[in-house]
Design a protein around this ligand. Structure first.
Ligand code: G6P
Ligand code: MG
Length: 221
């Protein structure tokens, strides 16, 4: 098999942090008097912190200067960190640990490719940081997904060529980033939404090494 590395997005693939992002943004939007629903929160998946704030300000038709933007983004992040600081290993999504174990036994590298600047904190909090051969996160990139930077960096860190990597992603921008990197992409979520992915599963509990091999084969046809 020519798959040498699997690169995982974090939020929505390995752990469900969208609810904590929502609670923290909701607290901010309530304070600012902006209407903000769970449906709006869907638009923020895979989007960087500052770009998320821009979307929220657009919803509320509110203008802010750069200093205020930084202040409010920091406030939101402090509330978010309060939530993720209480996460437990039970919040690792079903099937993740089993699939990663299978990959390691097969000598396939496992890496993280996430836009989140809180990646290390979350991985430590749920006790899985040791599983990864490389971690590329929001702190080491200058261009957000759909730019391929984070996935290219993850591939470089494990010494694999993009063509030998498979990305697991739950956000549209992330699927595009993987394709822009020249990698195979497995969407995690709804096939109706993640239409550009080579293959879609509803969660990593649907993944096995055998399935990985067949996805690889099909995507090269
Ligand atoms: C992930 C999440 C986004 C979040 C982004 C930045 O991509 O899906 O919802 O905005 O990370 O997260 P951060 O932890 O750096 O604020
Ligand atoms: Mg995600």
């Amino acid at each position: 098999m020519s798959i040498h590395a699997c690169i995982f997005d974090l939020d929505g693939v390995l752990v469900d942090t969208a609810k904590y992002h929502f609670l923290a943004w909701k607290r901010l939007t309530d304070q600012l008097g902006i209407p903000f629903t769970e449906k709006d929160n869907e638009r923020l998946k895979g989007v960087s912190r500052m770009d998320s704030l821009e979307i929220i300000l657009e919803i509320g038709d509110l203008k802010m200067d750069p200093r205020q933007k930084t202040e409010y983004a920091t406030l939101k992040n402090n509330w978010y960190k309060d939530y993720i600081g209480r996460m437990t290993p039970d919040e690792i999504l079903p099937g993740c640990l089993e699939f990663i174990k299978e990959l390691k036994l097969a000598d396939i590298k496992v890496a993280i490719g996430s836009s989140s600047k809180n990646t290390l904190m979350i991985l430590k909090q749920v006790g899985i940081i040791e599983l990864f051969d490389a971690i590329a996160d929001g702190n080491i990139i200058s261009k957000a997904k759909p730019d391929p930077e984070v996935f290219i960096k993850a591939a470089n860190m494990v010494g694999c060529k993009p063509a030998n990597c498979i990305v697991f992603e739950d956000a549209l921008a992330g699927v595009e980033a993987a394709l822009n990197a020249g990698m195979i992409c497995v969407g995690v979520g709804s096939a109706k939404v993640l239409t550009k992915a080579h293959f879609v599963v509803s969660g990593l509990n649907e993944m096995t090494l055998k399935k990985l091999k067949s996805i690889e084969k099909d995507s090269r046809l």
